[in-house]
Design a protein around this ligand. Structure first.
Ligand SMILES: [Zn+2]
Length: 285
């Protein structure tokens, strides 16, 4: 929370981003999915200090995200010049145990946006990364493992609708319903919300605020199968403060390893999103 009832106001103008998540057509890669050696990871002795290891902002580093009208700000990137990016992951279809191990053992900072129907494996899973093997395998238990590995479990609706086409009450049912469920299942009520497809309207912001949401999170780049980064900007480069969007897809552990190496090779650190948001959306600012 932003120090209680912080003023948050004018939503940062959000570019309507290319739809991620289940909007992408499922693609069958054919052939059995191979898991890249998750079982061969070294058993680390005692690195299980709870909480993410992401870098925190230095004093004065972060620019201000302005908000108005008491509504949660819409955030698609963090205003900073530091070479830091933020990892987020959506939905919850493919519950690869190797991914949780990576997060826990390497203490990688990550924010998850859980969607009920994906977590509970209702509907058509996202198989764009290949053949799915762990669809809904651990249901909410998988998200409790992520929570225990230091990952905040945030809100991504119950059924993944296009909220921009829905009325206020229906949006509120999707957002408040998901927050109540996540609180019941993980013990913590979400404070961040990500609208499916990045689609929202003013009713979404009002509904989210009424459900206890502090900020609406979009993204600046998506991570594709193979760890490839699909940028929203023409120059195809990571930029300081970028928020990256991934999905719980088949081969996630392997793709994620590639992605983290790529980010570090380019000289970027992984940031603690909550700490940066708290610095950017300052009480009384
Ligand atoms: Zn989604």
């Amino acid at each position: 929370m932003y120090g209680g009832r912080a003023r948050r106001g004018a939503a940062i103008a959000a570019v309507l981003l290319m739809a991620g998540c289940a909007a992408e057509p499922a693609r069958q890669d054919g052939g059995a999915a191979r898991e890249s050696g998750a079982a061969r990871e070294p058993a680390t002795a005692d690195t299980r200090t709870p909480g993410p290891q992401g870098v925190a902002p230095r004093p004065g580093e972060v620019g201000r995200i302005r908000a108005s009208g008491g509504l949660p700000p819409v955030v698609s990137s963090i205003p900073t010049r530091r070479k830091v990016v933020f990892l987020t992951i959506d939905d919850g279809w493919e519950q690869d145990p190797g991914f949780v191990r990576q997060i826990r053992e390497e203490r990688i900072p990550m924010t998850a946006f859980a969607m009920r129907d994906a977590v509970e494996a209702e509907g058509t899973p996202d198989q764009s990364g290949g053949e799915a093997r762990f669809v809904g395998a651990g249901k909410w238990g998988y998200f409790r493992q992520l929570r225990d590995a230091g990952v905040p479990i945030e809100n991504h609706t119950l059924t993944h609708p296009d909220l921009s086409r829905m009325g206020y009450d229906a949006q509120r049912r999707e957002i408040c319903g998901a927050s109540a469920l996540i609180r019941k299942q993980t013990g913590a009520r979400p404070t961040l919300f990500r609208p499916p497809f990045g689609a929202y309207n003013s009713g979404t912001l009002r509904a989210a605020g009424s459900c206890g949401i502090d900020a609406v999170l979009l993204w600046t780049a998506t991570v594709q199968p193979g760890g490839k980064i699909a940028y929203q900007v023409p120059d195809k480069r990571l930029r300081p403060g970028d928020i990256l969007l991934m999905h719980f897809r088949p081969n996630l552990a392997r793709d994620f390893r590639i992605l983290v190496k790529k980010i570090k090779r380019r000289g970027y650190e992984l940031g603690d999103l909550r700490a940066y948001l708290d610095a950017a959306v300052r009480p009384g600012a």
